[in-house]
Write a protein that binds this ligand. Structure first.
Ligand SMILES: NC(=O)c1ccc[n+]([C@@H]2O[C@H](COP(=O)([O-])OP(=O)(O)OC[C@H]3O[C@@H](n4cnc5c(N)ncnc54)[C@H](OP(=O)(O)O)[C@@H]3O)[C@@H](O)[C@H]2O)c1
Length: 235
């Protein structure tokens, strides 16, 4: 897989999965454009990759269309955007439908679905013009099967999977593929803290997920589009 000088936009690139994905793309030779909200988190990411020259960050609120538009304009100054990896997302569990506030519902739909919609809406014209592109969204097993207390999260991730299929259908006219990876629980510091009794060995490692995302971003993955790919770790 050759990513030399290819440009990837990674939203949420400072997060737990984002850091591993950013690092994998840098190692593979790509120019990596990361959105962040907190300067501190971007500084930590930069330090973790030894201030790699191919890493650029831009403060972006991916829930705000004007902010996303400005981010894409800046990234497009590289001349091309070959890949978009939508990693912004969040979880809400333990809230039955009868107790869920409209704010909680909207937050899940916004973080997990609207974020990807806005970034795709503004990156797609760049990809269409260059007649090639890769979009990778991050779903969840919660988006394949609804569960107790997770209705808003599950519905938002289910929506993201369906949205990815629409992206694939529209992208096929422009050699643009769109796929969704479906992680189980990811082995992140936040999950270890939240579930200290769990067997961490059974969780998927961020580095393993990053390799799957890298493959789906490659030229070699041209034949895969509209797919929903479980990456569950050891089950
Ligand atoms: N962790 C899991 O077990 C798991 C399982 C299945 C699927 N997933 C999915 O995998 C993805 C990554 O998860 P993760 O655990 O790495 O999450 P994370 O560590 O919380 O990272 C999320 C990232 O998104 C950023 N972000 C949040 N709201 C934003 C906004 N409005 N504008 C711009 N950036 C924003 C966060 O920035 P700040 O730090 O500044 O808030 C952070 O960098 C998510 O889509 C998640 O739903 C995770």
């Amino acid at each position: 897989m050759n990513f030399k000088d290819k440009v990837v936009v990674i939203t949420g690139g400072t997060g737990a999965l984002g850091s591993a994905v950013t690092s994998a793309f840098l190692q593979a030779g790509a120019k990596v454009f990361v959105t962040y909200r907190s300067e501190q988190e971007f500084d930590a990411l930069k330090a973790s990759v030894n201030a790699h020259a191919a890493l650029t960050g831009i403060k972006t609120n991916v829930l705000d269309e004007a902010s996303v538009k400005a981010m894409v304009q800046q990234a497009a100054r590289f001349g091309r955007i070959e890949m978009l990896v939508n990693l912004v997302g969040g979880y809400l569990g333990g809230v039955p439908v009868t107790e869920m506030s409209v704010e909680q519902w909207d937050k899940m739909i916004d973080l997990n679905l609207k974020s990807a919609f806005l970034c795709c809406k503004h990156v797609l014209p760049v990809m269409m013009q260059q007649n090639v592109g890769r979009i990778i969204n991050v779903g969840s097993i919660g988006g394949l099967q609804g569960g107790e207390g997770t209705s808003a999260y599950g519905a938002s991730k289910a929506g993201l999977i369906n949205f990815t299929q629409s992206l694939a259908a529209e992208g096929k006219h422009y050699t643009i593929t769109a796929n969704a990876v479906i992680p189980g629980t990811i082995d992140t510091p936040a999950n270890r803290q939240a579930m200290p009794q769990a067997n961490f060995d059974e969780w998927v490692k961020p580095e393993a997920l990053a390799q799957v995302i890298l493959f789906l971003s490659s030229e070699e993955a041209q034949a895969i589009t509209g797919a929903t790919i479980p990456v569950l770790g050891k089950l």
